[in-house]
Write a protein that binds this ligand. Structure first.
Ligand code: DAT
Ligand code: MG
Length: 156
């Protein structure tokens, strides 16, 4: 099944800099469907759970401090190969290394303040969507344009 859902966080730097709409717009223009969207302040416990794989690394505490410092926008996006597709749009992890044309490459040069999180696999996406959204917060719906953004080959 190649119609996937992925989880995106517009980090505090993206929200503070007024880039939320611009970044969400890039995913919409790619053809991905917004199935969940909310602005929220992140509790430390949630941040620690989200970044559990990085616990013990030198940048871990700074990362948790950063994402809990100011509100974030969380989004669930759906579409063909959504996980890998969103990662491509984001670009490499560090702004100074990300290619122009990608979100991280176009809007920043920082390594820590890199604007956006995106799930790195369908398994991570499932785990993260369950962690960040309550069941009733995600919407399943059809759009007329879906017939023009994916076909039966994509749907597997
Ligand atoms: P990604 O966000 O591209 O999936 P990751 O999962 O390896 O990258 O790391 C999570 C976040 O941690 C990343 O967005 C920025 C921060 N980070 C990773 N490595 C870092 C480092 N060496 N120094 C500072 N921040 C780092
Ligand atoms: Mg990651």
């Amino acid at each position: 099944m190649a119609i996937e859902r992925t989880f995106i966080i517009l980090k505090p730097d993206a929200v503070q800099r007024g880039l939320s709409g611009e970044i969400i717009g890039r995913f919409e223009r790619k053809g991905l469907k917004i199935v969940g969207l909310k602005l929220m302040s992140v509790q430390r416990e949630l941040a620690e759970c989200h970044y559990a794989e990085h616990k013990g690394k030198p940048f871990y505490n700074g990362l948790v401090d950063f994402i809990t410092k100011s509100p974030v926008v969380c989004a669930a996006l759906e579409g063909p190969y959504a996980v890998a597709s969103a990662r491509k749009l984001m670009g490499k992890t560090f702004g100074n290394e990300a290619e122009p044309g990608t979100i991280r490459g176009d809007y920043g040069s920082s390594r820590g303040m890199n604007l956006i999180h995106g799930s790195d696999s369908p398994e991570s996406a499932k785990r993260e969507l369950e962690m960040w959204f309550k069941a009733g917060e995600l919407c399943s719906y059809e759009r007329a344009v879906d017939a023009w953004t994916s076909n039966s080959e994509d749907r597997g």
